[in-house]
Design a protein around this ligand. Structure first.
Ligand code: CP
Ligand code: NVA
Length: 305
């Protein structure tokens, strides 16, 4: 079993992962076999995902091995498939941050070991699970919780959050500029599970929001479009006025890294309603739970007791 897309984890998979995370939080430890290895193959920069995955594997009793793709033979033209075949014959699990979702799928096709999506152009599924877990902690439930994603509603984070969010009963509202469309495939996938509304009007669409979520206006790989995007999304900055449209006490979330004064203001990011630092902290917890879940599944697939 791989975790390449939010679509790979059913509601029951998500609930299992959350219950493992609950157990970790309660102070119950769980370990993988000594010598279990996780390769982290990264084609793009990372602060949180890299360090939280490395720490998570160490806390599980295993060993992480970081590979900067630009210093691997991938940078000299070795194929993705050959790389996956070889790496997965050494290590037990691979977390990969790749430019393209299609490259990650190609990688997983040739991997003997479970592969985890650590972010691509289209998805950030581990982030979404950590964020939903954080919302559940803060609000006590996910069912019926209204999450408004504001700004770049076609971002990888939006795609994953809408699919996993709808799957666990949250209502999703995508709030972005007129004419700027979310990814139709992910909207269709999420709508099979629950409600997804699309709006260009923050005042009206945030009225019943329990959570306001935002992400950078310029994702990694979109640097050439930076100027155009900053203008396009300018009216969708998460600031005190916009937060005021939502329910009293609505939580504010951001996957980070944040660009203070651009997609979110400092007062909101550091304010009382911000769950941002908690959600960043929870990445470690949820990644540990995801890895343990995949590890247990892999052992079952291999017929181990
Ligand atoms: N949120 C997140 O994935 O951050 P990094 O890019 O620092 O890993
Ligand atoms: N959408 C952002 C998320 C960073 C964690 C990006 O892809 O750059």
């Amino acid at each position: 079993m791989h975790f390449l897309s939010s679509n790979d984890f059913s509601k029951s998979d998500i609930e299992h992962v959350f219950s493992l995370a609950d157990r970790f939080l309660e102070g119950n430890y769980a370990f993988v076999d000594g010598g279990t290895t996780l390769a982290l193959l990264f084609e793009k920069p990372s602060t949180r995902t890299r360090v939280s995955f490395e720490t998570a594997m160490i806390q599980l009793g295993g060993v992480p091995i970081y590979i900067d793709a630009s210093t691997s033979q991938l940078s000299r033209g070795e194929s993705i498939g050959d790389t996956a075949r070889v790496l997965s014959s050494y290590v037990d699990m691979i977390a990969a941050r790749m430019h393209r979702q299609s490259d990650l799928a190609e990688f997983a096709k040739h991997s003997e070991a479970p592969v985890i999506n650590a972010l691509t152009d289209l998805e950030h599924p581990c982030q979404a699970l950590g964020d939903l877990y954080t919302i559940r902690e803060a609000k006590g439930r996910l069912d019926g919780i209204r999450i408004a994603f504001v700004g770049d509603i076609a971002a990888n984070t939006a795609n994953s959050l809408m699919v996993s969010g709808a799957r666990v009963g949250a209502e999703i509202v995508l709030v972005g500029p007129e004419g700027y469309k979310p990814n139709a495939g992910y909207v269709a996938m999420a709508r099979k599970e629950g409600e997804v509304m699309i709006s260009d009007d923050p005042r009206r669409s945030l009225k019943d929001a329990d959570v306001i979520y935002t992400d950078t206006f310029v994702s990694m790989g979109e640097e050439k479009e930076a100027g155009r995007r900053r203008k396009l999304f300018a009216d969708y900055q998460v600031n005190a006025r916009l937060v005021g449209y939502a329910k009293a006490g609505a939580a504010v979330m951001h996957c980070l890294p944040a660009h203070r004064g651009e997609e979110i203001t400092t007062d909101v990011l550091d304010g009382e309603q911000s769950l941002v630092w908690k959600q960043a902290k929870n990445k470690l917890l949820i990644e540990k739970a995801i890895m343990l879940y995949l590890y247990k599944n892999r052992r079952k697939e291999l017929g181990y007791p």
